[in-house]
Design a protein around this ligand. Structure first.
Ligand code: ADE
Length: 372
């Protein structure tokens, strides 16, 4: 079962239980636009989200031109994938769909509204006031009793990660849904794995009007790694919802649906060049290991507080050549050394040397354990 995800998606069924009456949905301002699709804010009366609560403000995806059959097919595929995968905390979840007039090109996909919008934009807007907990040597600082920062060793940092992990698994309900999703995800991608899937969530009391800190960046890095292999390859976007939860949008959407900036037109349509590994760029070989590379780029964006990767370098043959020759971006100053190590291995030229998704963090920890 190794069909590309787009082709597998076409074979999936639509489930009528997701149908939402069009007359109970009102459309509002535009939230985002791609080459072929757009997302608007909406109000859906009586729509239920996965917790059974009534979600009123929603985001609605649609095609830009109703005569674009390919765009419509892509949207249908995305709907089917969203139904098939089920809900997950770190994904912009499906809430419903209006499919009645689909023959006229009017397909509406209703998804969760993420109040804080694009994570990248959020990072840029919160650069001033950012609280950096990483010292000049890349170690995490911690507070002493007086409330002053102190440098801490890597060991403290690993302890901190373990704490994060423990917190996570206190929520057994969520862990279940994570496992469920992973099974389906593996069916779809044909990935064999022994990985333990981790998912990190932020404290619900976190109020994001406070400045962001290194802890937030680390939390988002963990939240996003979890569903990585369906994400970055397709040019998906990270959005920020309430309580600091990072959610991936547009995953499963075919590459052709994606946005113009930083994308180059090739025979394959629009490609997110700055997120792609060497094999994808030169031979169009996409694999789970390509997604590991993309995840590295995403980490770089996170810790550089929303900078565009390869700053000042235009997307084109020169950039591809430079990467091919071995050029890699440096660890952003705000990233703890631990993440610098992750970047290095995510960007190994040989895909086999890259970590496998979800196992990347455990691997690094093990290497550290055996070294000491
Ligand atoms: N922009 C694109 N998708 C969105 C969503 N689900 N919520 C908020 N803004 C968005």
């Amino acid at each position: 079962n190794k069909l590309p995800i787009e082709e597998q998606a076409e074979l999936l069924p639509y489930d009528k239980r997701w149908e939402f009456p069009r007359n109970r949905l009102t459309l509002g301002i535009q939230l985002g636009v791609g080459c072929f699709g757009r997302v608007v804010k909406g109000e859906a009366v009586g729509i239920k989200d996965s917790d059974g609560k009534t979600a009123k403000t929603v985001a609605v995806k649609m095609v830009k031109s109703q005569t674009n059959v390919a765009a419509l097919e892509t949207l249908v595929s995305e709907l089917k994938i969203l139904i098939h995968l089920g809900s997950n905390l770190n994904v912009v979840n499906l809430l419903g769909a209006c499919t009645k007039k689909i023959t006229k090109g009017e397909l509406l996909i209703i998804v969760e509204y993420c109040r804080f919008g694009s994570l990248q934009a959020y990072l840029v807007n919160h650069r001033s006031g950012f609280i950096n907990l990483v010292d000049d040597f890349g170690n995490m600082r911690s507070y002493n009793e007086k409330g002053d920062y102190m440098s801490s060793s890597d060991d403290d940092f690993f302890e901190y990660e373990l704490k994060l992990e423990e917190n996570q698994f206190q929520s057994s309900q969520m862990t279940n849904s994570v496992e469920n999703k992973c099974q389906v995800e593996m069916e779809l991608t044909g990935v064999e794995s022994e990985q333990s899937y981790w998912q990190y969530q932020q404290d619900p009391d976190v109020n994001l009007n406070r400045p962001i800190t290194t802890h937030d960046l680390i939390s988002w890095a963990f939240q996003i790694v979890f569903h990585g292999d369906l994400a970055a390859r397709n040019g998906s976007e990270c959005l920020l919802a309430d309580d600091g939860v990072a959610k991936v949008a547009d995953f499963g959407m075919a590459r052709k649906m994606y946005y113009e900036v930083n994308h180059e037109k090739t025979g394959q349509g629009l490609m997110p060049v700055k997120w792609m590994d060497i094999e994808s760029l030169t031979d169009c070989i996409f694999s789970t290991q390509s997604d590991v590379w993309s995840y590295g780029v995403l980490l770089w964006e996170l810790f550089s507080l929303g900078k565009v990767p390869y700053p000042g370098m235009d997307v084109g043959h020169l950039l591809i050549k430079t990467i091919q020759k071995g050029y890699r971006m440096e660890k952003p100053d705000n990233a703890p050394n631990f993440f610098g190590d992750i970047l290095t291995i995510c960007w190994k030229a040989d895909p086999k040397e890259r970590p496998t998704f979800n196992a990347s963090y455990t691997k690094i920890n093990q290497e550290k354990d055996t070294a000491s």
